[in-house]
Design a protein around this ligand. Structure first.
Ligand code: PMP
Length: 351
């Protein structure tokens, strides 16, 4: 605390991301990044000319990128909003839609950034408990009394997805407030709700380039929805930062979308490695929740998750452990390369 801090800063409870330590030979399975490099087409863009152009501001509306995303998903460019990572897109969306008289609803076990935004923007919220099997039940969400609904699909950290039919039922019931589907991990086995945006004007779908397209270090995320929702996001963005995406980030994202073959190859490898990892973990006595993501949420038989995370760390393998009730018996393990996962399984066997 410092006397220079404003009241708002004194009361903040900032989000704490997974560690990014600089340790040689570290196997990093703690923040759900891709183990594969970005598309070679992205690497080709880093030319002398591209660097020279960094003296100029980028396009404040990232028009070319919006056209690319729109063409990829079969929508109009006016239905796309882009930002500096999906965290920023989500933050702007919380401000644009959820400062309401009624509380925002989200699952009790979910992305831990949501309550942080609520605190920052003074948004009242209610968490809805996942069922005992860690599933989300939309029937538990009160459609008459909410200022909005948000959930990740697949959920994090459980990795469990909801079918599109269930999401559509929620949208049929909940027509008066904005519903955000946070699809950070959708490419690893889920079904995107982007196909529903033309039918439901209150649906906003948020995705990221950080996971399935190997660009976490570039910080690019986007939202897709009805033009009215996108206009609201633009109003907030243009009151805060006119140029959220730099020139290299825009160009890299376009290249990543255009190289669909590379994207699919990386995604398929991660899914195959995930299936292998799940079998191996189950053989070691872990219970693993069904994963549609690039990570698994796994509970060791001996109820010693914290200790195992520490042991793995001693062997230079980082996984994520959450100490909160109900999730403190689990490890969240990002899917790396085959070699990395084999090493992790070896270490688990040895400890
Ligand atoms: N949503 C969820 C559910 C996430 O797990 C993450 C990654 N921490 C994000 C959004 C944000 O990802 P990014 O800002 O890298 O796009």
């Amino acid at each position: 605390m410092s006397k220079f801090w404003s009241q708002v800063v004194r009361e903040l409870e900032p989000y704490v991301p997974g560690e990014q330590p600089q340790i040689d030979g570290l196997i990093k399975l703690n923040t759900n990044e891709s183990p594969y490099p970005p598309s070679p087409e992205v690497i080709k863009l880093m030319t002398h000319d591209a660097i020279d152009r960094l003296r100029l501001y980028p396009d404040p509306n990232s028009k070319k990128l919006k056209n690319t995303i729109a063409a990829y998903h079969g929508i109009n460019a006016e239905q796309v909003f882009v930002g500096n990572g999906s965290d920023e897109v989500l933050g702007l969306a919380f401000m644009a839609f959820f400062q309401q008289a009624k509380p925002l609803l989200f699952p009790d076990i979910s992305y831990s950034f949501y309550p942080v935004y609520c605190k920052l923007f003074g948004i009242d919220f209610e968490t809805i408990a996942l069922r005992d099997d860690f599933t989300i039940h939309f029937g538990d969400y009160n459609s008459q009394h909410n200022g909005g609904i948000i959930f990740p699909n697949p959920n994090a950290p459980t990795a469990m997805g909801k079918p599109l039919t269930d999401i559509e039922k929620l949208l049929q019931k909940n027509t008066e407030t904005v519903v955000i589907v946070d699809e950070a991990y959708i490419d690893f086995g889920g079904e995107t709700a982007i196909s529903l945006v033309n039918k439901y004007p209150n649906l906003l779908v948020v995705q990221t380039l950080s996971k399935s397209r190997s660009l976490a270090g570039m910080r690019v995320g986007f939202a897709v929805g009805n033009v009215d929702l996108i206009t609201a996001l633009d109003r907030v963005k243009n009151s805060f930062n006119s140029y959220p995406l730099d020139r290299l980030a825009e160009a890299a994202t376009i290249a990543a979308f255009e190289d669909d073959t590379y994207f699919q190859a990386c995604r398929d490898k991660i899914i195959a490695t995930r299936e292998w990892t799940v079998k191996e973990l189950e053989t070691l006595g872990f219970s693993v929740l069904p994963s549609q993501a690039n990570f698994v949420f796994a509970k060791p038989a001996g109820n010693n998750a914290a200790e195992l995370a520490q042991k793995l760390r001693e062997h230079k393998i980082l996984v994520r452990y959450f100490s909160a009730p109900r999730v403190n018996e689990f490890l969240r393990i990002t899917i790396g390369t085959d070699e990395q996962m084999q090493r992790m399984i070896e270490v688990l066997k040895s400890v």
